[in-house]
Design a protein around this ligand. Structure first.
Ligand SMILES: [Zn+2]
Length: 209
């Protein structure tokens, strides 16, 4: 990272590039390019392992006892555990993309004449209380699509994952209820069975035809 307020001279940049290229790049995932030799070596190793019937380089091999111990030690550090968990929870792809079950619910709303970004909004923050999957402001309705794995669905046997999430969900629902919103939660397995039945459980969204 260049220092704020400083500008690197061209010469300095060139030197940096040289230095990076001369580094042993094992384990690095920088933006700098690999040397030709390095690429050839990797290619050879990949071909060799493929010919040996391995899908990845470690398949069939074992780490040494020392390495295993080292890995275990790093993984059991509280700050590392916290970081890993946060990285999982704050995964922007998970947070902001429409999951397939959300899309199914959206399609069901569209069928009933609701227009996206006009009658309902997706992945929005409601009054600084919480981020929700689908929000219908006029009806004060919030629809949450809970993925079975992420929300630790008991019916599907995902109880060992993300145990803190169901508690968070309850807290979130309570806060939203307090603010005057109705929260409807649908499980992934229910949506996959029939998104129509899910939406039909909400009286004000039921098909009038
Ligand atoms: Zn489930």
């Amino acid at each position: 990272m260049p220092k704020k307020g400083y500008r690197q001279t061209e010469e300095h940049k060139r030197n940096l590039r040289k230095h990076k290229n001369s580094l042993n790049m094992k384990g690095h995932t920088g933006t700098y390019k690999r040397t030709k030799e390095m690429n050839q070596k990797m290619k050879k190793a990949a071909i060799a392992s493929y010919q040996n019937g391995r899908i990845n380089g470690m398949q069939g091999k074992q780490h040494t006892v020392e390495t295993i111990q080292k890995m275990r030690e790093t993984k059991s550090k509280p700050d590392v555990i916290k970081k890993m968990r946060e990285a999982k929870l704050n995964n922007p792809i998970k947070k902001f993309s429409n999951t397939s079950i959300e899309l199914k619910i959206q399609a069901e709303l569209n069928k009933r004449g609701f227009v996206k970004d006009k009658d309902y909004f997706c992945n929005v923050n409601v009054k600084n209380i919480a981020n929700v999957d689908i929000f219908l402001p006029a009806l004060k309705i919030i629809i949450e699509c809970d993925g079975c794995r992420y929300h630790a669905c008991q019916q599907c046997g995902f109880t060992e994952y993300y145990q803190e999430i169901p508690e968070k969900d309850v807290r979130k629902t309570k806060l939203l209820n307090k603010a005057g919103y109705k929260v409807y939660r649908f499980w992934e397995h229910d949506i996959n069975k029939s998104s129509k039945d899910c939406i039909n459980t909400i009286a004000s969204l039921r098909l009038k035809k």
